[in-house]
Design a protein around this ligand. Structure first.
Ligand SMILES: Cc1cc2nc3c(=O)[nH]c(=O)nc-3n(C[C@H](O)[C@H](O)[C@H](O)COP(=O)(O)O)c2cc1C
Length: 329
């Protein structure tokens, strides 16, 4: 258990993964972790289907929206829209290395332009009362993070910005795919700890390569929190430990059968309103990872959920296969 009352444990923003269905599911596993949306560009919020992009379930709180962009005025406008919609925090993406993002000169490319980031944060924070935070990398391309990261943090912190989530590896904007950029550049947790030592007044959250809650707590012991990405999505049951281990919240551990039952209720509501079953169940495939019967769970759902007209009965069938009597009861 971490003793700091303000310690934060969050689930990372992940494009195509942490949509509202995924977040609803994750919230059934942990009441306390902060949930993040996928990145939404400021332009899309302003010019696109705003209501759809901002939609979330009240049960998701605390929920952070991540914005992408590099135009202070656009980001400020988008931040205000997100605050009005009820988001608890706004986060600026300074870590995404994809081509699409680079062509808009935002995401990780902004690591090279801390003054621009500071201007964005200043303008965003002036537009809203909720906190505005930054999610960044150690650096990009041929930057030497030992020199450039402290400089980046110093300039952006003066915006002011209090909270930094640091994905503890560089991003290579040329030559590596976004996927490779999450594995190939080496992790350097020590540099993140040095930032905290230099700036004890800042909230510094560690991200990247954390294997489970224990590992996250251990590596972030001197920090203000940790963010879990792929592990939370691929093996969501790790989240069931979060409330007890991180927040000393001793309410009963969730049971997988109860989580599935709650998702069935959710699925019934959503499919009645036109959401395809597969859009929800694709996030649940890892629920039984490592358990006996996990393959049947995945197979029954993967084969049947995409079929037209498929509904909650597919999930009940898969639950019966994996849980047997525990489900029937
Ligand atoms: C499918 C996928 C999509 C991602 N999309 C985003 C994104 O929209 N914004 C962002 O800041 N990071 C994004 N990331 C990076 C994660 O937020 C996180 O920083 C990274 O996966 C490292 O954490 P992990 O090792 O715990 O997965 C994405 C990662 C994955 C796997």
């Amino acid at each position: 258990m971490n003793n700091t009352a303000s310690y934060k444990l969050s689930i990372a923003p992940m494009m195509d993964w942490t949509d509202r269905h995924c977040r609803y599911f994750h919230r059934l596993l942990t009441k306390r972790a902060q949930l993040y949306t996928e990145m939404v560009t400021a332009k899309a919020l302003i010019h696109g289907d705003t209501a759809k992009l901002l939609r979330f379930d009240p049960k998701e709180h605390p929920v952070v929206i991540q914005l992408g962009g590099a135009e202070p005025k656009e980001l400020a406008m988008a931040s205000k829209m997100a605050e009005d919609a009820g988001y608890d925090e706004i986060n600026l993406n300074v870590g995404c290395p994809s081509d699409r993002v680079q062509s808009g000169a935002f995401g990780a490319a902004l690591m090279a332009d801390p003054k621009r980031v500071a201007e964005c944060i200043f303008t965003m924070q002036n537009a809203v009362k909720v906190p505005v935070s930054v999610k960044c990398r150690l650096g990009i391309d041929d930057q030497n993070p030992t020199d450039t990261l402290p400089e980046f943090i110093k300039i952006v912190a003066a915006a002011p910005c209090k909270t930094f989530i640091i994905h503890a590896r560089k991003a290579w904007l040329q030559g590596l795919s976004p996927k490779d950029n999450r594995t190939i550049p080496p992790l350097d947790y020590e540099l993140v700890r040095k930032i905290k030592k230099t700036h004890p007044e800042l909230i510094i959250i560690l991200n990247g390569g954390l294997r489970d809650v224990d590992h996250a707590l251990m590596e972030s012991a001197m920090l203000d929190g940790a963010m879990l990405g792929r592990i939370a999505y691929q093996q969501p049951w790790v989240l069931a430990q979060v409330d007890r281990m991180v927040f000393d919240d001793q309410h009963a551990l969730p049971k997988r059968a109860v989580v599935v039952q709650s998702m069935i209720e959710y699925i019934k509501r959503e499919t009645r309103n036109g959401t395809p079953l597969h859009a929800i169940t694709r996030h649940m495939l890892g629920l039984f990872a490592g358990e006996a019967g996990a393959r049947s769970w995945r197979r029954i759902i993967s084969e049947n959920a995409p079929r037209s007209g498929a509904g909650a009965e597919v999930v009940a069938l898969a639950a019966q296969a994996v849980l047997g009597d525990a489900w029937a009861a």
